[in-house]
Design a protein around this ligand. Sequence first.
Ligand code: TXA
Ligand code: MG
Length: 347
Amino acid sequence: METKILDATFDENIKLCAEIIKSGGLVGVPTETVYGLGANALDGNAVKKIFSAKGRQPDNPLIVHIAAPSDVGMIVRDIPDTFDILAEAFWPGPLTLIMKKCETVPDSVTAGLDTVAVRMPEHPAMLSLIKKSATPIAAPSANLSGKPSPTKAEHVQKDLRGKIQYVLDGGNCRVGLESTVVDISGEIPQILRPGGVTYEELAKILKNVKIYDAADDSMTEAPRSPGMKYRHYAPKARMIAVVGSPEMTAKYIRQRFDDSDNTSENSGVSKKIAALMFDDFAAKNQAVVTFGACTDYGAQASGLFDSLRKLDSMNAEVIYAQVPDEKGLGFAVANRILKAATAVEKL
Ligand code: TXA
Ligand code: MG
């Protein structure tokens, strides 16, 4: 099967994709966070195809996308008051809410959990697709499992070539990182995955909000956010996250480039290295990809996954990455870099 890119600015292309969703097929879909791999969320067989196309573990549940906050009643029972507060403040947008699920939601969507993840995305093409499909759409990020999430239609086409008929092209993703996942099924809202809506924004609206730490789980309890236990977003190379002030991490990485030049001259045995660096601290080297200034977390977020894919195509053996401060959106950027890394160097 050929995988074609369809321009989402044409309504007939959205209609074509809606027909595929209705008939139980898969489509690559644009959202403001990252591209998704969509299927009819209420069709268990359609949802299973998502797992095989991505090579995703069946114990990792999916997010269900709806076109209006009032549609939440289709898939959620016991809607808590916090829902109205958060939907009012952040929907449509990069916030996913975990609540108790209805019987209508197939087990394949929720990996057998009694909760479901729901989000109303902001991208107009995705909202239109959900409406035209007349069903909620389940969609994980449209990358092969373990790879960086796609932020351009071409990324989806590359990862899922031959596995889906169409990718609906809605342009480059505005946010560039996945949604923030917040569990509101219990007493105190808990951030399970940092993302496009920041902790600071949530804390302004909610009296109490916790950041979930996997280390807090007792050994007997099932992980609260099953997806977070897998290594993610990873390029083929070994990736080393370098943590510290931008001055120190830049100096450390420059030194690695110098060392590798010297080794190759002297003995011919050098590791091919590359680096992900801040614009304002980048080493002058062809093997450097920049992803925004050190405090421009928005630019870092929108450029990160594309940068990881570029680094991947350089065929380096080791990639060094500068890690931003954990302020605002920087918290989610740092989370993704640390998840992609095989090792962390703290300076
Ligand atoms: O921005 C996004 O969230 C994108 C776009 C396409 O909407 N989607 C996305 O989906 O990132 P995915 O499947 O790559 O990540 C979903 C995350 C996983 O970490 C998963 O474990 C968690 O949400 N999740 C889903 N349902 C859950 C549930 N019932 N309880 C706890 N975590 C859940
Ligand atoms: Mg994903």
